[in-house]
Design a protein around this ligand. Structure first.
Ligand SMILES: Nc1ncnc2c1ncn2[C@@H]1O[C@H](COP(=O)(O)OP(=O)(O)OP(=O)(O)O)[C@@H](O)[C@H]1O
Length: 715
């Protein structure tokens, strides 16, 4: 079905017919400003500027021609499991909504737009596919319809359309998905959308959309889920020409803000930046997944033939040209899910052969590493109590796991150890050999599976609570002795694994309630096993029956601190560490600033080592040179002032020319600040003085003063 090869990014231009309403209508003798050079089928020229795109449609193109050429290939890709986005961009009144077919009006064959055609096409395909006898999983089609109005996302298919789904900075979880099984469902969705969408007459368009609208068609088949986003952006507009006042004027400001956001995202993507400003507007937040490298993107730019719209037309075409630079490499959205599904069933069967083959397919996936650290659901009481034979391998594994994630070498070692034979029934985590378990039914207690769900954790907690009420383990003297001689358990594996499970769940659900557990890191023999203590199972012991809320930040704090943070904390002295307990939760720039503040200031007898050190660390600082003398106060007042002046101008020159990486090397500059600084620099040109830099709207709170202090540029 996806045999047809299409470019991952397709850019097309459609010329709108002359307007017939309100201002700027066609003068009797007026000709279109858009010309089509002969011999260049996919080019157009406006005012002497020639632009070429993948497709160029003149004003006579029909809706069905446009669909067949531009959007039908995307539909085929969606049906094959890829995420796709079709986006309409352009000046107000140039036919974006008309082309995309966002409303329930004009549903005749002549005027029907992209949305109804896509849905019809997808329905036809899925019906055919589902009718095939050898197709066990039917393809199901759903659609959602949302709008971004005044920087808030609203669900147009919800019962309460007034309640925003999300606003800027908030997480967007998606709108109501309605099943689409036939024409009636489709019509119902479009009618609801038309009824609820914000539309208002302006001087340029009697039915001007006041919001960006997104129709998402979901095609599900089993675990596979592909999406086609059809986006009708509100038109860019100048307040002067639309004649908007009051609310309409404010709407225009928000519309332009969303368009600027999408502009920035596409420009950053085409410039190959690693930091894409998705969070700058709610529109780009919502479209983040679809505007990522893993999806197909088709951009339809609509342009006006009117001479009075010349500047808007040229800027629209320039935008389309820059979007052409975006490089994407679409991937099957459900591929990984399928592999994980296979792994899960392979784990249940505990077949070594299947695992080995999957490891070859997914060599670096952490999902592969997990089965070794936790016993499978199928583990029985006996298998739990059987000592792990491959103790040496486990000890090695433990050692390597403690550094896993730090260096590629450590990861390599761990991966190599994965190849060692381990009894899959027992797993590497065992209880004490020969322990009598009285009534304690250990097989009932399931350790987290490789793919736990929230209900798994709730179940786990209930079982811990139940076990706490039951008689504890009893050991005889010999067993105690054996326990004392026993090598440390693989608790670290459990700790790290359990935490990473929590992290992944916390990521999916901003916060969840899980059993409060203590992860022991030494051999159980180190504590008195006779003492009534919680039952130790697989390296996890309950602290209390109370629950704690584990948020994403918390789990990051405890388990998956960044490597830089871990290395940094090793270098810092204990005093700083005490003060920095909350630091990993904060932004990098704040952390660096706080550390700078915590260390002796330049004025004290211990000159600002942080600054000198961090400066010396990078090339950036090497360019600045001589700073240590200034800070340490070794120079006389006069020469110190001269040095400072020189330093400031050198630093300004650096800010005017430095790359993103170099800027980040400066104290109190994080990746975000560096990025916005570069964006401001590209908009405003080189900064003339530090006052200009200080006045930029990028400094929040006391960030400027911290930056100025840390870099000796206080004005
Ligand atoms: N190719 C076309 N053929 C026929 N009518 C068209 C065509 N393009 C646009 N129109 C008509 O022009 C008018 C304005 O179009 P539309 O509302 O789609 O513009 P828009 O770009 O979405 O504007 P806005 O951004 O303000 O919402 C509509 O009445 C639409 O029917």
């Amino acid at each position: 079905m996806d045999s047809q090869k299409i470019n991952s990014v397709l850019i097309a231009v459609r010329e709108a017919p002359f307007r017939t309403t309100l201002i700027s209508s066609k003068r009797p003798d007026e000709k279109s400003i858009i010309h089509y050079p002969e011999n260049c089928p996919n080019a157009l020229s406006v005012d002497g500027n020639v632009f070429s795109f993948d497709y160029v449609f003149n004003s006579t193109v029909t809706q069905s021609e446009l669909y067949d050429t531009l959007v039908h290939p995307l539909v085929l890709k969606v049906l094959s499991g890829y995420d796709c986005t079709a986006l309409a961009y352009g000046q107000t009144g140039t036919g974006k909504s008309y082309s995309m077919g966002m409303s329930a009006e004009k549903l005749t064959d002549e005027h029907m737009g992209v949305v109804p055609r896509c849905l019809q096409n997808i329905l036809d395909h899925t019906c055919l596919a589902n009718q095939k006898e050898n197709n066990p999983l039917p393809k199901l089609v759903y659609a959602s319809y949302i709008e971004i109005y005044n920087e808030r996302a609203y669900d147009l298919l919800a019962l309460d359309t007034e309640k925003p789904l999300a606003s800027r900075g908030q997480r967007f979880t998606g709108g109501t998905c309605k099943p689409v099984r036939n024409q009636q469902d489709l019509l119902h969705i479009l009618m609801l959308g038309t009824k609820n969408r914000h539309v208002r007459p302006t001087n340029m368009n009697k039915n001007s959309s006041r919001s960006h609208a997104i129709v998402t068609i979901h095609v599900r088949q089993g675990q596979s889920h592909a999406r086609l986003n059809i986006v009708d952006l509100a038109g860019s507009e100048s307040v002067r020409r639309t004649g908007n006042e009051g609310v309409a004027r404010a709407e225009g400001v928000y519309i332009n803000m969303g368009l600027l956001g999408i502009n920035k995202v596409l420009l950053s993507m085409s410039a190959g930046h690693t930091l894409i400003p998705y969070r700058d507007s709610i529109l780009t937040t919502v479209l983040q997944d679809s505007l990522s490298a893993g999806a197909y993107l088709t951009l339809l730019t609509c342009v006006s033939p009117h001479a009075s719209d010349l500047s808007e037309t040229i800027s629209t075409l320039r935008f389309a040209k820059s979007a052409k630079q975006v490089k994407l490499s679409p991937q099957l959205s459900h591929r990984l899910q399928q592999l994980q599904e296979q792994l899960r069933s392979a784990k249940k069967k505990s077949t070594n052969a299947t695992r080995q083959s999957l490891r070859r397919v997914l060599p670096s996936s952490k999902a592969i590493k997990r089965p070794l650290t936790v016993p499978s659901h199928a583990s029985t009481r006996n298998s739990f109590c059987t000592p792990v034979k491959n103790t040496e391998a486990n000890t090695n594994f433990q050692r390597h796991h403690s550094v896993m994630g730090l260096t590629p070498k450590a990861k390599e070692c761990a991966r190599a150890l994965l190849e060692l034979p381990v009894d899959l029934n027992t797993g590497p985590i065992e209880l004490l050999p020969g322990v009598e378990q009285s009534n304690c039914s250990l097989e009932e207690v399931k350790t987290p599976t490789a793919f736990p769900t929230i209900s798994d954790y709730i179940e786990l907690k209930m079982k811990y609570d139940a076990l706490q009420q039951q008689p504890q383990l009893h050991l005889n003297e010999q067993q105690e002795k054996q326990a004392a001689e026993r090598p440390p358990s693989l608790s670290l594996l459990s700790y790290s694994d359990f935490n990473s499970e929590l992290c992944s769940i916390a990521e999916e659900n901003d916060e969840i309630t899980v059993p409060r557990c203590q992860f022991f890191s030494s051999s159980p023999a180190s504590s008195n096993p006779r003492k009534p203590s919680p039952v130790n199972v697989s390296g996890i012991s309950p602290l209390s029956s109370s629950s704690i809320v584990i948020s994403k930040e918390h789990t990051e704090l405890t388990a998956v601190r960044r490597r830089s943070t871990r290395l940094m904390s090793r270098q810092l002295n204990i005093e700083i560490l005490k003060n920095c307990q909350e630091l990993p939760q904060r932004r990098r720039s704040m952390r660096i600033a706080l550390q700078t503040e915590l260390r002796p200031s330049p004025a004290t007898e211990q000159p600002s080592k942080t600054l000198v050190k961090s400066h010396n660390k990078s090339n950036t600082a090497n360019k600045l040179g001589g700073l240590s003398e200034i800070i340490s106060g070794q120079l006389s007042n006069g020469s110190q002032n001269t040095r400072l002046r020189k330093h400031r101008s050198k630093l300004l020159a650096l800010v005017n020319s430095a790359s993103l990486k170099d800027l980040q090397a400066l104290p109190c500059i994080g990746p975000k600040t560096a990025f916005t600084l570069i964006m401001q620099r590209s908009i405003l040109g080189n900064f003339r003085n530090w006052l200009q830099v200080q006045k930029l709207p990028i400094w929040k709170g006391s960030s400027w003063s911290r930056f100025a202090k840390a870099n000796c540029i206080e004005i």
